[in-house]
Write a protein that binds this ligand. Structure first.
Ligand SMILES: Cc1cc2nc3c(=O)[nH]c(=O)nc-3n(C[C@H](O)[C@H](O)[C@H](O)COP(=O)(O)OP(=O)(O)OC[C@H]3O[C@@H](n4cnc5c(N)ncnc54)[C@H](O)[C@@H]3O)c2cc1C
Length: 352
């Protein structure tokens, strides 16, 4: 993405923030999320993200100018919301009062929010249900955008509230008893001509999404937001390790990459089941492992990745395992573009 294509721009002048403080915060964010700083000076600091550029400039009088640059109106809205939520985490009153140059419409639904219709639910294999949905809008869902969030009301909430945009460009989500459960899922398959998507839901204890899916009737509407912009890797040699929550993403990636791409696939199964339908590819045979083998398998994959320049490492599993493997990868001097190492779920404190 070149700066020339970032034609959608918005700015907001905020008197109650100081440039030196905000500059420090942006530097910290850049380091935390491994995002590059495009500029870092006394007159402007700017951070690149996957979908655009966020910048800060000091005002002549007290205060700071927030600037957002993106390729599309939708990306601008997402970036702006991220900007506001970062500010809100530290200065909630200031964040509420921010007003943008392009005055985004207030009271409407966030642009990435929609209602889909449940078409079908069926058993896919021992541990998974497949839910097919008809999206209302799917022009922003493409081969590179494979994740989204459900927005599920609590089962006893028969009169749900839905999110609305606020004048500061942030969305306001219902809270308390009306709060929506918003887990991330993978679009296992997307028919771009009809907007039909398949989502594979792993059956685990206490899973609210599985409970919803098991009882939902075809024709029911379901709220979701997306797509999220994590993307499909394009490497010619991919080393993948994931548990059940990652199987749909691994299958989708295996299906999307060209035939000449080489994929090594290690599947971590907690129940011992090995019947999830991975997309078949000549030369790729899923290697199934048990939880006690996972850390060693991850370390060995990291070592193989290091021996093969141009390969990409892709690991997605429970948070603690990914943390340990991320620490191991960091010791080996990994750089961000080289690997994807993501927590797809978090074991609860009380779980054994
Ligand atoms: C990018 C991304 C893509 C994902 N894609 C998929 C997908 O396609 N299919 C899929 O099934 N999941 C997927 N997940 C994982 C999913 O978001 C989490 O498992 C989420 O917690 C599920 O919500 P829930 O409503 O089932 O359970 P919650 O109500 O959030 O959690 C209830 C309890 O279940 C526990 N729990 C959550 N996940 C698991 C698990 N896998 N095994 C055991 N216990 C668990 C929690 O710790 C909690 O105690 C994805 C996650 C990410 C980040």
């Amino acid at each position: 993405m070149s700066d020339m294509t970032l034609t959608h721009t918005a700015q907001a002048d905020v008197a109650d923030l100081s440039y030196p403080t905000m500059r420090q915060i942006m530097r910290h964010q850049a380091a935390q999320f491994e995002l590059p700083l495009a500029e870092d000076g006394a007159a402007r600091v700017a951070m690149r993200t996957m979908i655009g550029l966020l910048a800060l400039e000091p005002l002549d009088r007290e205060g700071v100018r927030l600037l957002v640059h993106a390729e599309t109106a939708r990306d601008l809205s997402i970036l702006r919301e991220n900007f506001i939520s970062q500010i809100a985490a530290m200065f909630p009153d200031v964040a509420r009062g921010v007003r943008w140059s392009d005055a985004p419409a207030a009271g409407v639904r966030p642009s990435e929010f929609q209602f889909a219709e449940v078409l079908e639910v069926r058993d896919l294999c021992a541990d998974f249900l497949r839910v097919s949905l008809q999206l209302a809008q799917w022009e922003t869902f493409d081969d590179g955008s494979i994740h989204f969030r459900f927005a599920l009301p609590a089962p006893d909430n028969t009169d749900p509230d839905w999110p609305v945009m606020m004048p500061n460009g942030a969305s306001k989500w219902p809270e308390g008893e009306k709060a929506l459960h918003r887990p991330v899922y993978t679009i296992r398959a997307l028919d771009r001509s009809t907007g039909r998507v398949d989502v594979d839901i792993f059956r685990h204890e206490g899973g609210r999404t599985m409970t919803w899916a098991e009882s939902v009737a075809p024709g029911t509407r379901v709220a979701l937001t997306g797509p999220n912009s994590s993307g499909v890797p394009t490497a010619r040699h991919l080393l993948m390790l994931g548990d059940e929550t990652a199987f749909p993403a691994m299958a989708r990636i295996a299906e999307t990459l060209p035939p000449e791409a080489r994929i090594e696939m290690t599947c971590l199964t907690h129940s011992g089941q090995q019947d999830y339908p991975m997309a078949p590819r000549p030369g790729t045979i899923p290697h199934w492992i048990a939880p006690e083998e996972a850390e060693e398998a991850g370390r060995s994959m990291i070592a193989r990745h290091l021996e093969r320049p141009g390969s990409m490492l892709w690991i997605a599993a429970e948070r603690d395992l990914t943390r340990r493997l991320r620490a191991h990868a960091a010791e080996k001097g990994y750089v961000k573009s080289d690997h994807y190492l993501a927590a797809f779920w978090t074991r609860s404190e009380t779980a054994g």
